[in-house]
Write a protein that binds this ligand. Structure first.
Ligand SMILES: *[C@@H]1O[C@H](CO)[C@@H](O)[C@H](O)[C@H]1NC(C)=O
Ligand SMILES: *[C@@H]1O[C@H](CO)[C@@H](O)[C@H](O)[C@H]1NC(C)=O
Length: 339
């Protein structure tokens, strides 16, 4: 009896609140759909948190990221889309610390650019090229260690295929273990150092010298079993997207970009047009270029953040912009191996 009266009372009370103070009530209800989105996301990425406090902290970051992603996508005024990807519970600062170089990688930029482009007199530059279609690109890597070596390794894989007809997935670990510690372990290093190592030692295959997720002792026996060799490497003339196009028309090219923005973190599809600056912090590989259906010229970028990011691990980035550095500084420090 008493409880039924209480129910009626609560019921009337709620009706009064709902009709008089709808906003006050909605502030009290937790965001059920966002909580569900977080739970779904956690299970699809196999994410677990150590305790409730950590889960709440991650939920709040997730929620802010999802709101940003939805906002950009719903605005519908950009030629690219973002997605709630595997980085969705990381703040932008955490993302930068974990997945891109932690220092200004343009340290060596513009220091050694005297050579002309090897391809400067090659006039047959096609309007588009995709080295994947020519079988010169290995599968997307998902690097937790040594991302800084990957553009050089990708570029050597491409050149080796072009020159010998053989596509090898080459060892990143060999460089990490054997280059004599001229780098900051997993996290930071320079493309130059990776090319320099390959010039001196060649490189064996990934299957012969597999990734370990950390830097270890050099296996000198495997270091002596190279399947790919280069004679050297050269810089593409700085701040020149035309020269860069000539180079990419002939082989995949290692570049460094500013990948620190949230739109880069959550890029999903389409032609990326920014925002980004030119504080170079992340190496990627140019494996082609072209023009989109929407008539935007783009670079085809191979990244090393797994296939869940971007277009199956790739990004199309706007090409031929007004600024000579190119979008995200893509034309500032491009290098290609020679053989
Ligand atoms: C391109 O041609 C010019 C003029 O013949 C020549 O001076 C230059 O060395 C050539 N560049 C290369 C990289 O061969
Ligand atoms: C990065 O370093 C280069 C060379 O030292 C310098 O010219 C450039 O201004 C730096 N960029 C940033 C964003 O700090």
């Amino acid at each position: 009896m008493g409880s039924s009266i209480l129910k009626q009372f609560v019921c009337c009370f709620l009706i009064i609140i709902i009709s008089w103070e709808p906003q006050a009530l909605s502030r009290m209800i937790p965001d059920v759909s966002m909580i569900e989105r977080h739970e779904d996301w956690m299970s699809s990425y196999g994410r677990q948190y150590k305790d409730a406090a950590e889960k709440e902290r991650r939920y709040n970051i997730f929620k802010a990221n999802v709101k940003y992603i939805d906002f950009v996508n719903n605005a519908g005024n950009k030629p690219y889309k973002l997605a709630v990807n595997e980085f969705a519970d990381l703040s932008n600062d955490e993302f930068k610390a974990a997945h891109i170089g932690q220092r200004n990688l343009s340290k060596t930029a513009k220091s050694s650019t005297a050579n002309p482009l090897m391809y400067e007199n090659v006039t047959s530059v096609p309007p588009s090229i995709d080295w994947r279609k020519k079988g010169a690109v290995t599968p997307i890597r998902d690097s937790t260690c040594g991302a800084w070596t990957i553009p050089a390794v990708d570029a050597v894989e491409g050149l080796t295929k072009i020159k010998t007809g053989k596509l090898y997935t080459l060892s990143v670990q060999e460089i990490l273990d054997c280059d004599g510690g001229g780098h900051n372990g997993c996290e930071g290093g320079f493309t130059d150092d990776a090319f320099q190592f390959i010039k001196q030692h060649g490189l064996t295959t990934e299957s012969n010298y597999p990734s370990k997720g950390n830097v270890g002792t050099c296996d000198t026996k495997k270091e002596d079993e190279p399947v790919a060799k280069i004679s050297g490497y050269e810089n593409v003339p700085v701040d020149n997207e035309n020269a860069l196009m000539q180079a990419v028309a002939n082989q995949p090219v290692a570049v460094i970009v500013d990948a620190s923005g949230m739109d880069f973190q959550f890029y999903s599809s389409g032609v990326f047009t920014g925002d980004c600056g030119t504080a170079l912090d992340h190496g990627v590989t140019l494996v082609g270029y072209g023009t989109s259906n929407g008539k935007l010229k783009y670079w085809l970028i191979k990244n090393s953040w797994g296939v869940d990011w971007g277009e199956d691990g790739y990004m199309r980035m706007q090409r031929d912009i007004a600024a000579k550095e190119g979008l995200c500084g893509i034309a500032m420090e491009a290098k290609y191996p020679t053989k």
